[in-house]
Design a protein around this ligand. Structure first.
Ligand SMILES: Cc1cc2nc3c(=O)[nH]c(=O)nc-3n(C[C@H](O)[C@H](O)[C@H](O)COP(=O)(O)O)c2cc1C
Length: 452
């Protein structure tokens, strides 16, 4: 279906108003006013989340030079833990230093294991009931910036994403194969630190996600789907064989980049998902022993509106945010259903924040309708870390505390600062935002994206 409803900022007071627009636009999204289902525990792998509300991985870019959590990292996880979510998905953590996305990205190694142990202890101490804890393991690939300068390590050249005039290294088959032991070692350390699961991150065009679309690459890791998914599956199988920890994958369902460079999209129209290959992959991940899949999409550098519908961003998308939102949540349903009702693999949905105070109704609706097992919140967790407690205890979110999807947390990241909510946590993050923005134009949100 082609959607022509133009972009509009969030404008709903009630679920009835939201439902009215969904119906008018022919979009499907289950909404449920009773939050009781979110209070039910969710068994995952060898553990369990005490409730269905989850915090998405949200990088603060505030670790130390050697990859340890630093003051603002501790503060963030203290607030997240106290907020009552049943699952905390701890942010992108590099497995090798050259794969860090910024010089402050977390990076787990033997010398800082005790700091990560401390992070797990802090979360369990602050939490009302111990959440299920996942550590996201990453290699940033073409977005590697370990010393603050772009040092792209790519799976294949890509005319949509390559920056003109920028040197980039195409990783050799040998370099890719050498990452398997690096992920296993990081998983060992994550287990020793006390995490229940590691996420072998394969989303947002970081390395393992880029490989999934490397049709133009030759050799062991390019061309066929079997080759393109080889490294991800090799890592999952190696971790499964060697480390007694649950395995999760944050997976792009589609990226809205044209074929042959895109993933999960039709040959004719890169805006239309084609779930054939992603459905094959989730079956292969299940067979390899994955317990939890967190569905996302798009590329935060190239088409951020796909991954995190917003009111203000680097450009204004031509169509209504509800279109992207329902597509992303519907992708979770499609891929969960691809494994059938008896599958032990749990699914987590992304992208709920734009719905503000109505996100709880969508979270309960997704779980009740079998679209997802867990409802994940990203930007909302920066703005409103106690969102889970309010949903579970009050049955509602306070509109005054909700994220405005203003894009300022992402702007801080792009400016090289430490990310958090500039509006609702302004004592800490407004000065950081202002310092990073000095002399730069502010986001107008007026320009319509050319590439969508
Ligand atoms: C500042 C910022 C940091 C993020 N860090 C990560 C990360 O470390 N790993 C990841 O997979 N996604 C990351 N994301 C994406 C979010 O997890 C999430 O998918 C996105 O914000 C959409 O969900 P939401 O609508 O609930 O915000 C980040 C997003 C933002 C804005």
């Amino acid at each position: 279906m082609t959607h022509t409803e133009p972009f509009r900022r969030f404008q709903y007071d009630t679920t009835a108003e939201l439902q009215h627009d969904l119906d008018r636009m022919g979009l499907e999204l289950p909404l449920l006013g009773d939050m009781a289902i979110l209070a039910s525990p969710c068994p995952i792998g060898s553990g369990s989340a005490p409730n269905r509300i989850a915090i998405q991985p949200m990088e603060g870019c505030d670790g130390s030079a050697d990859g340890r959590p630093d003051d603002l990292t501790w503060r963030r996880y203290r607030r997240f833990a106290a907020g009552g979510a049943g699952l905390l998905w701890v942010e992108a953590t590099a497995v090798v230093p050259e794969g860090r996305a910024n010089p402050r990205q977390l990076w787990l190694h033997e010398q800082n294991l005790d700091d990560f142990r401390g992070l797990v202890r802090l979360i369990d101490k602050e939490a009302r009931s111990k959440p299920y804890k996942v550590l996201q393991l990453t290699h940033s690939g073409r977005y590697s910036k370990p010393d603050g300068q772009a040092r792209p390590l790519v799976a294949a050249a890509n005319p949509w994403l390559d920056r003109p005039g920028q040197d980039q290294t195409v990783l050799s088959d040998e370099a890719l194969a050498n990452l398997v032991p690096a992920y296993v070692q990081a998983a060992r350390l994550a287990h020793a630190a006390g995490f229940q699961a590691v996420d072998i991150k394969a989303c947002h065009r970081y390395l393992l996600n880029e490989l999934l679309s490397a049709r133009t690459r030759s050799g062991l890791y390019g061309g066929s789907l079997e080759n393109r998914s080889r490294l991800l599956l090799d890592i999952v199988r190696a971790v499964k064989a060697k480390v007694p920890i649950d395995i999760a994958v944050r997976l792009n369902a589609y990226d809205e980049i044209p074929v042959p460079y895109g993933w999960g999209v039709t040959q004719e129209d890169h805006r239309q998902p084609d779930f054939g290959e992603p459905a094959w992959l989730v079956r292969a991940l299940k067979d390899a022993g994955v317990s939890l899949i967190n569905i996302t999409g798009g590329n935060p550098y190239y088409n951020p509106h796909v991954n995190r519908p917003y009111d203000t961003g680097p450009y204004q998308p031509p169509v209504h945010p509800l279109y992207h939102l329902t597509k992303l949540l519907g992708a979770c349903r499609t891929l969960k259903h691809a494994l059938g009702p008896d599958s032990p693999v749990r699914f987590m949905a992304s992208g709920l924040t734009w719905l503000r105070h109505l996100a709880g109704d969508a979270a309960a609706g997704l779980v009740a309708s079998g679209w997802s097992d867990l409802a994940g919140f990203g930007r909302q967790a920066f703005a409103y870390p106690s969102l889970a407690a309010d949903l579970l205890e009050e049955g509602r979110l306070d509109p005054k505390k909700c994220c405005l999807s203003c894009g300022k947390c992402s702007e801080i990241m792009r400016d090289g600062g430490q990310a958090g909510c500039v509006i609702h946590d302004s004592d800490v993050y407004l000065p950081i935002y202002r310092a990073g923005r000095a002399g730069k134009p502010s986001l107008s949100g007026k320009d319509v994206a050319e590439h969508v």
